[in-house]
Design a protein around this ligand. Structure first.
Ligand SMILES: [Fe+2]
Ligand SMILES: [Fe+2]
Length: 219
C-alpha cells in the first residue's frame, strides 16, 4: 500500500515540487511550496476523518492534497490537469492500484475553480483544504504597489482555518481580514468562485458550508 510518506519521500516528487516553487518564484505568484502541500494534505485528511470517513479514503485525500499543485511545474494555466497526469505516472510507477490512482488524480484535476467539480469525497476535501489556505505569509511580493488583487486578499488574511463539525454537518471557513488592506467586498470579488466551489464541495460531503469573516457569518 502506498502511504503518504512514500509519496513525500519519492525523489521524483521531491524534485518536481522544488521546481514548482522555483518556477512560481520567477513570476512572484503566491507560494505553492512544501508548506502549502503539507497544509492541504493534513487538512484534507483531517476533514474526512472528522466527518467519519474511512482511514484509507482520508489518506488518499492526504496524498492528493500533497500533490495537488505539482502541475505548476508545467504551467500555471490548467495546472490541475497537468498535475493529474504527472501524478498518474508517478503513482503508477510506485505501484499504487489503478482504483486508488483514479481517486487521487480526479481530485488533483478538479481542484481549480475554473473547471473543478467535487466528484468524490477526496476531491471535495482537497478543494476545501486548498481554498481555505489564504494567508499573508503566502505573498511573495514585498512592494504593495505591485500587488494583484489576489495578493492583496491573501496579504490581508491574518488568520484562516477550516473547521468541520460532524454533529451539525457544517464545514466553516474562518477568516480574519485586515480591512485596512482589503475590504470584505474585495474579498468576495476575488474569492466568490472559490467559495461557490467550496459550498458545492461541502454539499457533496452532506454538509453545509459556512464562511465567517472577522466574526460575522457571511454565508
Ligand atoms: Fe492549485
Ligand atoms: Fe493549492
Amino acid at each position: 500500500m502506498i502511504r503518504l510518506e512514500d509519496v513525500q519521500h519519492n525523489p521524483e516528487v521531491e524534485v518536481l515540487m522544488k521546481k514548482v516553487h522555483e518556477y512560481l518564484a520567477t513570476m512572484l505568484a503566491i507560494t505553492h511550496d512544501e508548506e502549502h502541500a503539507h497544509h492541504v494534505a493534513n487538512l484534507s485528511y483531517r476533514t474526512l476523518k472528522v466527518l467519519g470517513y474511512e482511514e484509507r479514503e482520508a489518506e488518499l485525500a492526504a496524498i492528493a492534497g500533497y500533490m495537488h499543485d505539482i502541475g505548476n511545474v508545467v504551467n500555471r494555466y490548467e495546472h490541475g490537469r497537468s498535475g493529474a497526469l504527472i501524478a498518474f505516472h508517478l503513482l503508477m510507477r510506485m505501484g499504487m492500484p489503478a482504483e486508488e490512482i483514479a481517486i487521487v488524480i480526479a481530485a488533483i484535476g478538479n481542484h481549480e475553480e475554473r473547471s473543478g467539480i467535487a466528484v468524490s469525497n477526496v476531491a471535495a476535501a482537497v478543494i476545501l483544504a486548498d481554498k481555505s489556505n489564504v494567508h499573508y505569509t503566502r505573498v511573495r511580493k514585498e512592494d504593495e504597489a505591485t500587488f494583484t488583487t489576489r495578493d492583496r486578499v491573501n496579504y490581508a488574511a491574518r488568520e484562516s482555518y477550516l473547521a468541520a463539525e460532524p454533529e451539525t454537518r457544517e464545514i466553516v471557513m474562518h477568516l480574519k481580514i485586515d480591512t485596512s488592506i482589503c475590504s470584505v467586498m474585495e474579498y468576495f470579488e476575488i474569492f466568490m468562485t472559490k467559495m461557490l466551489l467550496c459550498r458545492r464541495a461541502a454539499n457533496f460531503l452532506n454538509c453545509r458550508f459556512g464562511l465567517v469573516i472577522n466574526g460575522n457569518h457571511m454565508l
